[in-house]
Design a protein around this ligand. Structure first.
Ligand SMILES: [Zn+2]
Length: 474
């Protein structure tokens, strides 16, 4: 592992050279030797990993899908096939030229790097959760990713922080936990709404006079909109770091507005993008400048979600992850199901000048693209867009949508709870035609109680709330 201050300033050709070298090493010295799934895949398809000379050859290898990794009825240990086997004691590498870039002595694999340390799971919003094995080696990389994210966010030990990410065995919560420990700041690990509940989180923010609040976007909006109700102050609040879930710029803007409304000292909002498959998360220095990735940990490709073709600089497509430096669970060309609307860019960041590849735009979930049946034929419904519209509204507190089938036509039913003091009848009157016009589908809107909506979406039950329910029989 090279020093971050060096990697983050490397010119693009040097980053590519480093990634080519790490990729060859991963393919030939790890995957082909001790990775049960890829070793077999290479053999069965007559693929010779030695022929992959660099990143541009990667498209000769097939993708991995989340489904490939799931436990199966006839094989509950299937996810284990994606875990590097522990090398036999005394295993020595063949005499090879050492990795010039790192100038290390080649002593053969360190067995301890391969031993299971902990399991983190994918958030499982749509599919079943997938287990990812982390060894001691991976945990060090996770901590390093956390350290780098805090460097990008410009957080220091003076920043007292409330971590309201949901406590769970996932990389999101734990990367944030390790970052705060590493930086040595005063931090309260609340465990999120699921563990501590809203009132106690807001009370802690008030009591600790914490300037930094770290939380998923939906829960953040809810917190800022209910602060008044609980009678707490947020006047020391300066910055909110959003992460885990969908955070379009409209949500950043709304968060800033709400921070002003609750009397926060400053209104700085930053975003993080966590990817279970990458085994870590990345930060933006400033909203809309892109998630600054770690090119020595993972290689990012942006591909056409349908054809699988690798796309060019800045083109919208699916985020695909290849591990360049991992033990435990290791993935090659794994499709994440996340669509980066601004693609990947490799030019230096115009704001912080760091040179690492950046993932741009909104991160949409492919699973929230629906094919619906309209009156005059199929209609493509982008649930991400509905989320953007609903989250950006200042009069909506909580909501969800049902996708229903009415005989031969599909319909949307939105159920919501307005912000306290909102004329809900007027809200329905204006929102119904707006949504109908936007999505070209019949829309009905109903209001409900705070408890009913909160329970339905699992506000304090799931890692992030679930707001789209597809009730159609497929
Ligand atoms: Zn930057």
């Amino acid at each position: 592992m090279q020093a971050w201050n060096k990697i983050s300033r490397m010119p693009a050709p040097a980053i590519k050279k480093m990634q080519d070298e790490l990729l060859r090493k991963m393919l030939n010295e790890e995957l082909a030797v001790r990775h049960p799934y890829y070793r077999t895949l290479f053999k069965d398809n007559n693929l010779d990993p030695a022929e992959i000379r660099g990143v541009e050859d990667l498209n000769k290898l097939p993708f991995t899908a989340k489904e490939d990794m799931l436990p199966r009825e006839d094989d509950l240990r299937n996810p284990k096939k994606f875990v590097l086997e522990v090398p036999a004691a005394g295993e020595k590498k063949e005499k090879k030229k050492g990795l010039a870039l790192f100038g290390k002595k080649d002593k053969g694999p360190d067995i301890d790097d391969y031993k299971l340390h902990t399991l983190y799971f994918s958030a499982g919003r749509t599919a079943k959760p997938v287990p990812f094995e982390y060894t001691h080696y991976d945990l060090n990389n996770l901590k390093e990713a956390g350290r780098r994210a805090f460097d990008i966010l410009e957080l220091t030990r003076d920043d007292t922080l409330i971590n309201a990410f949901t406590y769970a065995p996932n990389a999101f919560f734990w990367q944030m936990f390790y970052s705060t420990i590493d930086i040595g700041s005063t931090a309260l690990q609340t465990g999120g709404g699921k563990v501590l509940g809203m009132e106690k989180i807001l009370k802690a923010m008030d009591n600790l006079e914490a300037p930094v609040f770290v939380c998923a976007p939906g829960y953040t909006l809810f917190a800022l909109q209910t602060l008044d109700f609980f009678g707490f102050s947020a006047e020391e609040l300066e910055r909110i770091v959003l992460g885990i879930d969908y955070i379009p710029m409209e949500v950043v803007e709304k968060t800033k507005k709400l921070m002003t409304a609750v009397g926060a000292k400053d209104q700085k909002v930053q975003r993080m993008y966590f990817v279970s498959e990458a085994k870590s998360g990345w930060a933006e220095c400033k909203p809309d400048y892109g998630y600054h990735t770690n090119p020595d940990h993972v290689l990012i490709e942006i591909v056409d979600p349908v054809s699988g073709a690798v796309l060019g600089e800045g083109e919208k497509g699916e985020v695909v992850v290849t591990h360049l430096d991992a033990r435990g669970t290791v993935l090659l060309r794994c499709k994440t199901g996340d669509i980066a609307t601004g693609g990947l860019v490799t030019e230096p960041c115009p704001n912080c000048k760091r040179t690492v590849p950046r993932i741009m735009g909104d991160i949409e979930r492919k699973s929230m693209y629906y094919e619906m049946q309209g009156k005059e034929g199929p209609v493509h419904f982008n649930g991400n867009h509905l989320r953007k519209i609903m989250m950006a509204r200042e009069d909506v507190l909580l909501w969800y949508v049902e996708l229903n089938r009415d005989q031969s036509e599909d319909t949307l039913k939105v159920v919501l709870k307005g912000v306290s003091g909102t004329d809900e009848a007027a809200l329905i009157n204006s929102l119904e035609p707006e949504l109908q016009n936007e999505f070209k589908l019949p829309v009905t809107i109903e209001t409900s109680t705070l408890d009913a909506v909160a329970n339905k979406i699992g506000l304090e039950k799931y890692i992030t709330e679930q707001v789209i329910f597809d009730n159609r029989n497929h």
